[in-house]
Design a protein around this ligand. Structure first.
Ligand code: AMP
Ligand code: ZN
Ligand code: FE
Ligand code: FE
Length: 278
């Protein structure tokens, strides 16, 4: 049945491959299926699905919505969404608008800190898709203000950093509802980023999300330790959630993570996708 990668990004958000290039790469890697899960946008889905036609590769229309909960951001993945769904489109447009107002404010803050880049520099880094902080960081590196993107995040763009500007986000509940109303299945992305040290609190968090319609949890992920993977698999069973997995492939924007295999050891069997579909 082969292997799949249910967490990937394209130039529609902050990946470096176009949707077509991503599909071509997945075919070359011998994967059976991928889900394109760009941040807060479905703009790459039509292209990816078209590129997948007649290749034998299944392309699952997905998304990764950045949600706000009390302690920070939570990523809710959506699978099998209808990209044309009107409610989804209009709500995602709100997020695009939030980015459009945020980006110039970040550039203003940077200028006050002596880092002078233009929105055109950032657009060039973005490859024409939605603009995020990684593109701003790339433009800063290109202009020679820093050697690498991590330095820019650590010193300027990280949440709470001197050039950070917050933006509107939906709640986890609203994100789940949006995905479900577009015909999709909602999945808690890379739970290790919740930074919940206490397994009791994590359990309560997952229980609460399940009560609000969560259907899946990302168990297999490059940065999950074996212990974390076991914990999340246990939660999947306990709360009757589909276990999923993916690499969070971003191409050159995250060069150590490869499609399908993450840092090398990741394998996500096709059965997981099949179970979630059923
Ligand atoms: P944005 O959507 O503009 O808020 O940017 C979020 C993206 O920035 C995330 O998806 C990450 O890929 C990236 N990011 C966030 N924090 C960091 C960090 N400390 N170092 C490198 N990349 C980061
Ligand atoms: Zn990303
Ligand atoms: Fe994420
Ligand atoms: Fe991601």
């Amino acid at each position: 049945m082969g292997y799949v990668d249910l967490h990937t990004h394209s130039t529609a958000s902050d990946g470096s491959l176009t949707p077509t290039e991503l599909v071509t790469y997945a075919v070359a890697k011998g994967l059976t299926a991928i889900a394109l899960t760009d941040h807060d946008t479905t703009e790459g889905l039509d292209e990816a699905i078209n590129a997948g036609n007649n290749t034998g590769l299944e392309v699952v229309p997905g998304i990764e919505i950045s949600a706000q909960y009390e302690a920070g951001t939570m990523h809710i993945l959506g699978y099998f969404i209808d990209p044309g769904n009107a409610a989804l489109r209009s709500n995602l447009a709100r997020l695009q608008e939030a980015r459009r107002t945020r980006n110039p404010r970040i550039l203003e803050k940077l200028a006050q800190l002596g880092v002078h880049i233009t929105i055109e520099d950032v657009e060039e880094a973005s490859g024409g898709g939605q603009i995020g902080r990684p593109h701003i960081a790339q433009a800063i590196v290109k202009k020679g203000y820093a050697n690498d993107v991590n330095y820019v995040f650590d010193n300027y763009l990280t949440k709470g950093g001197p050039a950070y500007v917050d933006k509107f986000r939906f709640s986890p509940e609203d994100s789940i509802s949006l995905i479900k109303s577009a015909g999709g299945r909602a999945c808690l992305g890379h739970p290790f980023t919740l930074f919940i040290k206490d397994n009791v609190m994590l359990d309560q968090m997952v229980a609460g999300l399940k009560a609000r319609g969560l259907e899946a949890i990302e168990v297999y992920y490059p940065d999950h330790s074996p212990e974390q993977t076991a914990t999340f698999l246990h939660l999947a069973k306990k709360y009757d959630l589909f276990p999923t997995g993916g690499s969070d492939f971003h191409g050159r924007a995250k060069p150590r993570v490869d499609l399908g295999i993450g840092y090398g050891a990741l394998r996500v069997p096709y059965e997981l996708l099949d179970h979630m579909r059923s």
